[in-house]
Ligand binder design. Structure first.
Ligand code: UDX
Length: 447
């Protein structure tokens, strides 16, 4: 009999994982504690923007015409306990308020709600990003609270999906990492992931601590790579070098690689910033804080980028202050192809300028609803053209394709001043200059 799978928590990670498991052929039951989310998902609608996810969901949600019917959603823990052979815990672990450490309350609540419902043998698989040591603690909790006792087992299986590519990354992962303590757990997870493993995804088996650490160290490495190139951008600006050329040139070295070397206003989002901070906090608790002090520098290089963009913008509008100046901001999400504005560098820059007296107008292809919710006092426009109307400076802060395809001639006709600052090094500077714009990008010569 095919395994029955549950997915607990239906955010970016959980909703995608649930749909992907149904795509792989399993019967899936998803749970969330927010009834509105369950209503939406049950109607085949996704509560966020993620390319391809709504289509995948609609292909499998029970009750939708032509669907496989393999995917259902519920708010009942009892139903989850009765249904599942394998339970994936996909709830989020945000940064604690006022601290670097990770807030484990959603994970803890998920485990303490699930465990008492485990009346038959089950494998619980943690996917959330957690501080190392959490799995061992949660495994003990499971055995203690589950009616089946030791037959409720734990595994840790970190998730590496990128927003914007969540479906592809989940169906065709570049690796599958499982932290297990028994052959049974490994066997079950090999069964779950038989399709991607068959297609060539490496399957790495470790203990709990290593599996937990793989995720935080991978994100730390990525954050370090971005801050490295942003540090080079600072040096390039001081020395009149060009960080884009520099990144291209060092990227040809296979040991370095060209990816994640895009200099600009830095990284944001719901993962990298909070993960490196939680990692530092955890290392401190373990007495290994010295090993990660470099991440403090990675974090401050990154945060400095946002301030630097604000300075460039202030310079561009005359140097003294933003008072009475109109600033157009293209982009609100932390990266393109997402509607996620969590810790978004773009919105942070927009907010700083607004707080310094600038009149900021933001436009984003998909992030408007979330941006308005987070920063209701900023101005918003319905298109890039409307955002730049009358602007004294235009800031390009999230590299949506739509912005690369803008016509600088048309925009130039409605702005007050033709100055564009490229915070993502993604626009075609020559094209903008030809259209009469002053184009400035981070870490590149003024030209
Ligand atoms: C990240 C990890 O990539 C993923 O493996 C993990 O599971 C979750 O965290 P995500 O948050 O979706 O994924 O975004 P990512 O594509 O990593 O980008 C993070 C941030 O870095 C974005 O703000 C992006 O604009 C920025 N970035 C990325 C750069 O500034 N330069 C780059 O070269 C690459």
């Amino acid at each position: 009999m095919a395994l029955k799978i549950t997915v607990i928590g239906t955010g970016y990670l959980g909703a995608t994982h649930a749909a992907a498991m149904a795509e792989l052929g399993f019967e899936v039951l998803g749970l969330d504690v927010v009834p509105e989310k369950i209503e939406m998902l049950s109607a085949g609608k996704v509560p966020m923007y993620e390319p391809g996810l709504e289509e995948l969901l609609a292909k499998h949600v029970a009750g939708i015409e032509g669907s496989s019917g393999r995917l259902r959603f519920t708010t009942s823990w009892e139903e989850i306990g009765e249904f599942g052979d394998v339970h994936f815990v996909c709830v989020n672990t945000p940064q604690k308020h006022g601290e670097y450490a990770c807030d484990m309350s959603y994970v803890d609540r998920a485990f303490s709600s699930l465990a008492p419902q485990l009346k038959r043998p089950a494998l619980v698989v943690g996917k959330s990003t957690v501080p190392v040591g959490s799995a061992a603690r949660l495994a003990a909790l499971l055995t203690e609270l589950a009616p089946v006792g030791p037959d409720a087992e734990l595994a840790w299986n970190p998730e590496f999906l990128r927003e914007g590519f969540a479906v592809q990354d989940t169906l065709h992962p570049d690796r599958i990492v499982v932290g297990v303590e028994s052959e049974r757990a490994e066997k079950l997870l090999r069964e779950v992931y038989a399709t991607p493993v068959g297609e060539g995804s490496p399957f790495v088996v470790t203990g709990f601590p290593t599996a937990e650490l793989v995720k935080t160290s991978a994100n730390s490495f990525l954050a370090t790579k971005i801050s490295f190139i942003n540090a080079m951008a600072e040096v390039c600006e001081a020395a009149d070098g060009d960080v884009v050329k520099l990144a291209e040139a060092i990227g040809y070295d296979e040991r370095i690689g060209a990816k994640f070397l895009r200099a600009g206003i830095g990284f944001g989002g719901g993962c990298l910033p909070k993960d490196i901070r939680a990692f530092m906090a955890r290392a401190g608790e373990l007495g290994a804080d010295q090993a990660l002090t470099f991440l403090r520098e990675v974090d401050s290089i990154n945060m400095r980028r946002r301030g630097h963009m604000v300075e460039l913008a202030r310079d561009a509008v005359g140097g003294d202050s933003f008072l009475g100046k109109r600033v157009a901001v293209l982009g609100a999400t932390f990266k393109p192809d997402s509607d996620d504005v969590r810790d978004s560098p773009a919105l942070n820059v927009a907010g700083q300028i607004h707080l310094q007296g600038g009149q900021v107008t933001v436009y984003d292809p998909k992030g408007m609803v979330n941006a308005r919710r987070l920063f209701p006092t900023l101005g918003y426009a319905d298109s890039a053209l409307e955002a730049v109307r009358g602007a004294d400076v235009v800031l390009h802060l999230t590299e949506w394709r739509e912005f690369r395809e803008l016509d600088p001639v048309a925009l130039g006709e409605v702005t007050s001043s033709r100055t564009v600052l490229d915070g993502r090094n993604a626009l075609d500077g020559a094209k903008w200059r030809e259209a009469g714009w002053t184009y400035r990008a981070m870490g590149r010569p003024r030209a």
